[in-house]
Design a binder for this molecule. Structure first.
Ligand SMILES: C[S@@+](CC[C@H](N)C(=O)[O-])C[C@H]1O[C@@H](n2cnc3c(N)ncnc32)[C@H](O)[C@@H]1O
Length: 283
């Protein structure tokens, strides 16, 4: 079977399963399955696919038809212009999180702490943008840290990162950095247990639970981060976190009760509250 016909059949299969953006997804899945850049598919329309090619296409199309996101099937996600490897152990980086990057980039930082790094998409992006910066990245999930390490290697920034297996900032190796970070970033889990059922299936079924929910209290991680982060910031150092779009006031109140300064709630590209930024409490 030639590529052009396989493409047409893939689009038809995806449409039959009510997949929105069937053409776009078909391109991504085929390009990955037959290891061809997506912008060469049309050019190579007469290419005859091997039995192995067809098997890989059929396997990935059937996963997509069952609702698995394309990024999960192809194992990578484009974030702030760079590809990040993802596995079932990490959150699939969201476009919304790019709003946090946008805020962070307003002021350069030399020392960055990323709490709950997952794939590493936040901390490693900042390292790539600031060629002299150093990063310490923590996560409670050892397999997530392995994925972040792999991404650091692919992006060529390993020599500037320290990964720590830690419960937020609780790690003995972090003591040496007290008062030393210009910037602390985090996108913590913020969906309470009882809200998980309301999530779309492609979130609930494919992102790891530990990346989504801190347990019964959606604000639990913010309470811990607010309590811990101030000791690690330089004077005037910044703390920037992603939030659920209904949590702006609540997170602002938490940071305010811990004495943080210049607290602002910022919107994402779709005009939802998405980021809270503030400065270390004045001494
Ligand atoms: C919402 S995901 C964010 C991942 C990544 N930073 C991103 O923005 O795509 C939250 C991350 O926090 C990690 N995490 C959850 N509880 C944690 C804890 N107690 N200490 C450190 N990391 C934690 C999860 O393993 C997950 O990688």
């Amino acid at each position: 079977m030639i590529l052009r016909d396989v493409f047409a059949k893939t689009v038809a299969d995806l449409k039959a399963h009510n997949i929105e953006g069937a053409e776009r997804d078909a391109r991504a899945l085929l390009a990955h399955a037959i290891d061809l850049p997506a912008d060469r598919l049309t050019m190579e329309g007469d290419k005859v696919l091997t039995k192995e090619d067809l098997w890989r296409v059929s396997e990935s199309v059937s996963r997509r038809c069952q609702g698995e996101p394309v990024a999960r099937i192809i194992g990578q996600r484009l974030f702030w212009g760079r590809y990040f490897t993802i596995t079932p152990d990490v959150l699939d980086p969201r476009g919304d999180t790019e709003s946090l990057i946008e805020q962070a980039l307003h002021k350069p930082a030399d020392m960055i702490l990323d709490l709950g790094t997952g794939s590493g998409c936040i901390g490693l992006t900042l390292l790539c943008e600031w060629s002299k910066a150093q990063l310490v990245a923590t996560d409670i999930s050892p397999p997530a840290l392995s994925v972040a390490q792999e991404n650091a290697e692919r992006l060529g920034v390993t020599s500037r990162v320290t990964f720590l297996h830690a419960d937020w900032a609780s790690h003995p190796d972090l003591h040496q950095y007290k008062g030393g970070f210009d910037l602390i970033v985090s996108n913590p889990p913020y969906i309470a247990d009882h809200e998980l059922a309301t999530l779309e299936r492609d979130v609930r079924a494919f992102d790891p639970l530990i990346a989504l929910s801190p347990g019964q209290n959606a604000l639990a991680a913010y309470e811990i981060i607010a309590a811990q982060a101030k000791d690690f910031l330089v004077p005037k150092g910044r703390l920037i976190v992603e939030i659920g779009h209904r949590l702006g006031d609540a997170v602002q109140n938490i940071f305010s009760s811990h004495g943080y300064d210049e607290i602002s709630v910022l919107k994402d590209f779709e005009q939802n509250d998405r980021v809270v930024a503030c400065h270390k409490p004045p001494s």
